[in-house]
Design a protein around this ligand. Structure first.
Ligand SMILES: C[S@@+](CC[C@H](N)C(=O)[O-])C[C@H]1O[C@@H](n2cnc3c(N)ncnc32)[C@H](O)[C@@H]1O
Length: 282
């Protein structure tokens, strides 16, 4: 396993077969995995905490490829003074997102159909922060990743904040299968399949470094989980959070089922070793 992870990269990128996620069954499986007792709950909570640290004090935040708004909903709940706009190309996803936001009674979130490589409806320098989770691996080509980063640079106000995270391409297919099917018995098969496809479609850590260097301000640091770029994070420096928000994040960690609390703690550990600092639950 270790040699597989650290050895030479043996497989090429395979773009996602579904560039935009609009199959209702796929949307349902994906939304289900993000619930508080779902397999992605640890990752969502980790990113919600990191995002909160990154955007604290912002007025208007744009979420690229918001999907069913599981992530965005949690971030918006934790940061009620910030106004959020989630964009996605899939009408089915945005339907699910609107229902989710209504169920959470979130007054501070809106949604809009947008292609994240064009952002036609978003004005230049109009947002205080751009966030994005697990979305850019859906872009079919490296050229479109460049276009997406160009758009981030265009819509962000000077000095704006960025938190963009996605999978990084692993070295071998064995590692891809290990991660994709590690929780197979706790998740719908469609979700495991989607996970495998996402990992096969992931861009390289080098691609993220190259794009950030070309288009984003130097305040954006590119980091990844320790040694293995399972997760890549591009972020501006963290800001101090009010004690009540830190306490709320800790409480959410405590309410995770034991298995997912361990997943969260592993994620915190490997991100911390990768230099992602400070640990918001710390
Ligand atoms: C895996 S989901 C991630 C959703 C959400 N950010 C999360 O963390 O749960 C990726 C989303 O990106 C959307 N997407 C793919 N290509 C897109 C594009 N070019 N413009 C806008 N959204 C896109 C898909 O429709 C899908 O909803």
């Amino acid at each position: 396993m270790v040699r597989e992870m650290f050895g030479e990269r043996k497989f090429p990128r395979e773009p996602e077969p579904d560039l935009v996620m609009d199959d209702p069954e796929q949307v349902a499986a994906y939304s289900y995995a993000g619930r508080i007792d779902g397999v992605m709950s640890a990752a969502y909570l980790y990113h919600s905490a990191q995002i909160s640290q990154t955007i604290h004090g912002c007025a208007k935040v744009l979420d690229l490829g918001c999907g069913p708004a599981t992530q965005l909903g949690q971030v918006a709940q934790l940061n009620p003074d910030i106004s959020f706009l989630g964009v996605d190309l899939s009408a089915t996803m945005l339907d699910s997102a609107r229902k989710h936001a209504a169920a959470l009674s979130l007054p501070n979130v809106g949604f809009q159909v947008e292609d994240i490589t064009q952002l036609e409806g978003i004005s230049d320098q109009s947002v205080d922060a751009v966030i994005s989770t697990m979305a850019v691996h859906h872009l079919p080509t490296r050229d479109l990743l460049d276009k997406c980063f160009q758009q981030i640079a265009r819509v962000l106000k000077p000095g704006g904040a960025v938190y963009l995270t996605d999978f990084g391409r692993l070295k071998s297919l064995k590692s891809v299968l290990f991660f994709a099917y590690m929780n197979a018995e706790h998740q719908p098969h469609l979700f495991s399949l989607d996970y495998e496809r996402s990992l096969r479609a992931a861009f390289l850590l080098d691609d993220f470094e190259d794009c950030a260097g070309k288009f984003l301000p130097s305040s954006v640091k590119v980091q990844s989980t320790f040694r293995v770029p399972f997760l890549v994070m591009l972020k501006t420096p963290s800001r101090a959070l009010p004690p009540a928000l830190v306490e709320r994040l800790r409480e959410l960690r405590r309410t995770l089922p034991q298995k997912y609390r361990s997943d969260l703690d592993e994620l915190r550990f490997f991100c911390k070793l990768g230099g992602v600092d400070p640990d918001p639950f710390g």
